[in-house]
Design a protein around this ligand. Sequence first.
Ligand SMILES: *Cc1c(COP(=O)(O)O)cnc(C)c1O
Length: 486
Amino acid sequence: MNTPEPLIFEKSVPNRRCFSLPACDVPESPITQLIPQKMQRSRNPNFPEVSEIDIVRHFTKLSQMNYCVDTHFYPLGSCTMKYNPKINEDAANLEGFTRLHPYQPQEQCQGILKILYDLEQMLADISGMPCFTLQPAAGAHGELTGMLIIQAYMKKQREIRNTIIVPDSAHGTNPASAALCGYRIASVQSDANGLIDVKKLKQMLSNDTAALMVTNPNTLGLFEKDILEISKIAHDAGALVYCDGANMNALLGIARPGDMGVDILHLNLHKTFSTPHGGGGPGAGPIGVSRALEVFLPIPRTVKNEDDSYALTYDFPDSIGRVRAFYGHVGIMIRAYTYLLSLGKEGIIKTGENAVLNANYLRNILSEYYEIPYGKTCMHEFVISAKKQKAQGVSALDIAKKLLDYGFHAPTIYFPLIVEEALMVEPTETESRETLDAFAGAMIEIAGAIAQAPETVRNAPQKTRIGRPDEVIAARNPKLRWKGTG
Ligand SMILES: *Cc1c(COP(=O)(O)O)cnc(C)c1O
């Protein structure tokens, strides 16, 4: 049933071809005359020699061995694996966009410039942050850009502040981005409710604090209800407030970080604003800033002239400079723009509401079978602790593996770090009640199996092509290159 698919190189048969070309009707020019000796390859490149159907079957089979949102429910917490409407792809593939050259004269690119400008305005409306750049290529890149802006701001203020405060539930990229800019990281503990401990935060804030990095809703799927007080005490200490808005789904059309005292926010277009992601492809992590920080935004910036034409401007002397080649990942921006236009204002509000409804629906069912340590209700996601199951010999990893046998992508596991044996579930708004029920059913059966026959969960998955790869070796010593047989 699950015969392993050989490598394309292993399918190679000498002289098998997937093309036929007419015979050459001009004298062949020996390659040795055209390419200097020192640049010539001495060894045969050893390309696989296969027929067209070999190639088609090979790659089609490989694609079917994978999980993707188009085929499977994908409740990977914090990653917002929502369904991506195909119309977004169609729009990004329009020739008028794909054939543009980044150095084309601006008069010829008014359409795309208008889209970039309008998208910034839409994100500003949704987030309450007045000024945006679309350049950063990912959430983590947005964080880095934000940290560089904080540094530029402090320098301009002639202040020396070396510490960034990050909650212990934060996404790992938060401290990493701050550390990349040379900041010292101070971790503020969450309280018993999974929220930032405001008292502890107050004690930690000092004239060395450059900024506080908050995530709201936080990675436990909880709304930081004291956010107004948190921003106020940070500002009172002379620090800025950075908000990780990678998971903006729950707030869409309902609440705005800009109204919560946030100075800098990043959004993940590839999560909240529907772009296929997770396969290592391009993303976009725009950041929005307050008016006071606008001058530091990366260049070029898209501006609207008095005659309603659009332009790219470099005339911002305090800018931190470029953070990305050209203008960032424009294709991702077109997808987000299409997504927002097709949803409209009402649709955006419903998106937020349904993301929260779906998560609470699942949370409520599963809380009878699994421990959910924080919160009574959640925002867009919730975190299960498989601590009790672990005592019965079954770990969060085992449960995640078992879900694969049911045809579900696993939730995020072992994150956030403050939850033991964490399973972080984010259903997203695009899933139907039937899908949520099927997933809940699988989780309930797994809970039953753990009590009756834990080894059936420990030995999962049985139905996938590959069982349990050695994850450490797969991560640390992956073999990604065919080295040939000779
Ligand atoms: C995904 C995520 C990030 C990082 O985004 P990338 O685009 O993967 O770099 C940061 N913070 C949170 C909370 C996230 O979920």
